[in-house]
Design a protein around this ligand. Structure first.
Ligand SMILES: Cc1ncc(COP(=O)(O)O)c(C=O)c1O
Length: 481
């Protein structure tokens, strides 16, 4: 491909859709100008792949399944060519100083942040309901979490918001905490006041990291909460693949414009943690998701998703024995994440009725309720169908035995730390029957997925309170006595 032709195609693409997507374009050029391929991946544009798989996913997908360095596609580490350009466009779109594309999801971003910004023995203030990738990062670095338990929303058995006052109180009495790392929003869409939290962090002169994995759409619609990138956070991770429209596993890590963290250290950590064969397909999907969100069509889709969420919530309001989690005086919620419950039904039972009787799959279910995501790709008719189904279910007045007798709540236990996370993780361990585990120190991460929030962590005392959450475990790994 000559530079002249590349330039021409690039201009053409910009004129056609008004928005640039450099990786998408580079892949298209590679597709249209095939070479004799003597490099990885060895399936060679799908020619040597299992036929049923090829028939399932299609020739084109396999044709563009390649990695960096080849076909003028640029490299991820260091970022060069179209990949560099795409990251710069993403930074601009999300309002960041710098954006890194992530493979292995926001997990990779959290691991890199821990590796780059925290050290052995350093104290980091972390919300107890953080994703397990934050913990894994701290286990690797050896930093010690100082837990902050958010407010509990008892009726719903979920963790709620974190208040700036709570953070101020902890920081004032622990002047050795060197960073604050919190999740916002929660999986169920509860939003904390990041602006006030960031003011507290600034007052104490320490960085604020926000795991905004579930909030990547916020910068693109005024009816959604404000992104932490605009509210004083130093770094933010976004799982674009969750709600932003990119392919599974692809995420972004942003460094904010006024960030005080060492972004070079973050970049180095990402290089160490990432695969050396990044999938161009995943990278292109990040580029495409950003371009889509900026485009007129994408903005319309997002407007519609918000309108659909409001429509759904209004319909649900008129069902007497159905309840939805809504913003309260102390916290706000993201309108597109609809957490509901129906009297007499556990969330798990509701989930299975929706699935078996109505062919509806929701994001997740707890013993209390189910979580519905109002996605960019859903149509109004989907929401009508869902609301009709919920009306029918609620009219049935189920008396779910599980709901009435055995309902357990989400794990909202305050941890009893015996030894440090890292020391317990690397300690000599033994596996024992669950019945003998009370009073012993956990050596493993026990987390409910989704959303991966911890029940027990290495170094924590196992107590009777944990038992209701350990039904799926016959044995537990504990620190050797
Ligand atoms: C708050 C939070 N952070 C990070 C992650 C990890 O994201 P990913 O699946 O993109 O690795 C998740 C995943 O559920 C999450 O809920």
């Amino acid at each position: 491909m000559t530079d002249e032709l590349r330039q021409k195609l690039s201009t053409q693409q910009e004129v056609e859709i008004g928005i640039k997507a450099p990786i998408v374009e580079a892949l298209r050029l590679a597709y249209e100008n095939p070479t004799y391929q003597f490099h990885i991946p060895g399936h060679t544009k799908g020619k040597a792949i299992f036929k049923d798989f090829r028939n399932l996913v299609g020739d084109k997908v396999l044709n563009v399944d390649t990695t960096d360095e080849f076909d003028n596609l640029g490299t991820l580490h260091p970022a060069t060519g179209p990949i560099k350009e795409a990251q710069e466009l993403a930074a601009e779109a999300f309002g960041a100083k710098k954006t890194f594309f992530l493979l292995n999801g926001s997990t990779a971003g959290n691991l890199a942040l821990a590796m780059a910004l925290t050290k052995k023995g350093q104290k980091i203030l972390v919300n107890r309901n953080c994703h397990r990738s934050v913990l894994t990062g701290l286990m690797i670095s050896g930093a010690e979490p100082v837990w902050i338990c958010p407010n509990k929303i008892e009726d719903w058995s979920v963790w709620g918001n974190i208040s700036a006052d709570q953070i101020e109180e902890i920081l004032s009495s622990n002047n050795d905490i060197s960073m604050v790392w919190i999740t916002n929003p929660t999986y169920e869409g509860v939003v904390s006041d990041i602006k006030s939290i960031s003011s507290v962090c600034k007052k104490h002169g320490i960085p604020l990291i926000v795991d905004e994995a579930h909030g990547c759409l916020w910068n693109f619609n005024k009816h959604l909460p404000e992104t932490a990138l605009k509210l004083g956070a130093d770094a933010v991770v976004h799982s674009l693949h969750k709600t932003g429209g990119s392919m599974s596993q692809s995420s972004m890590l942003h460094i904010s414009k006024d960030s005080i963290i060492d972004e070079v250290a973050v970049e180095k950590a990402l290089k160490l943690l990432h695969t050396t064969s990044p999938s161009l397909l995943l990278l292109a999907s990040l580029d495409a998701a950003r371009a889509n969100l900026q485009s007129k069509k994408g903005q319309k889709l997002l407007d519609k998703a918000v309108e659909n969420a409001k429509y759904l919530r209004k319909r649900l309001d008129s069902i007497p024995n159905l309840h939805q989690l809504k913003g309260d005086f102390g916290y706000k919620t993201d309108v597109t994440k609809v957490f509901i419950r129906i009297d007499g039904l556990s969330g798990k039972r509701l989930e299975s009725i929706l699935e078996i009787d109505f062919n509806i799959e929701v994001e997740s279910a707890s013993d209390i309720g189910v979580l519905i995501l109002c996605n960019l790709g859903n149509k109004r008719s989907d929401f009508k169908y869902l609301a009709d189904a919920l009306e029918k279910i609620a009219a049935n007045h189920y008396q779910d035995i599980y709901y009435l007798e055995k309902r357990k709540h989400m794990p909202m236990l305050e941890p009893k730390i015996i030894i440090s996370l890292r020391d317990a993780f690397y300690a000599e361990k033994e596996r024992i029957p669950k019945s003998e585990a009370i009073g012993r120190v956990s050596a493993e991460v026990v987390a409910e997925c989704p959303p991966g929030i911890s029940i027990l962590l290495p170094g924590e005392l196992i107590t009777e309170e944990h038992l209701p959450y350990l039904n799926d475990y016959d044995t537990l790994e504990v620190v050797k006595a």
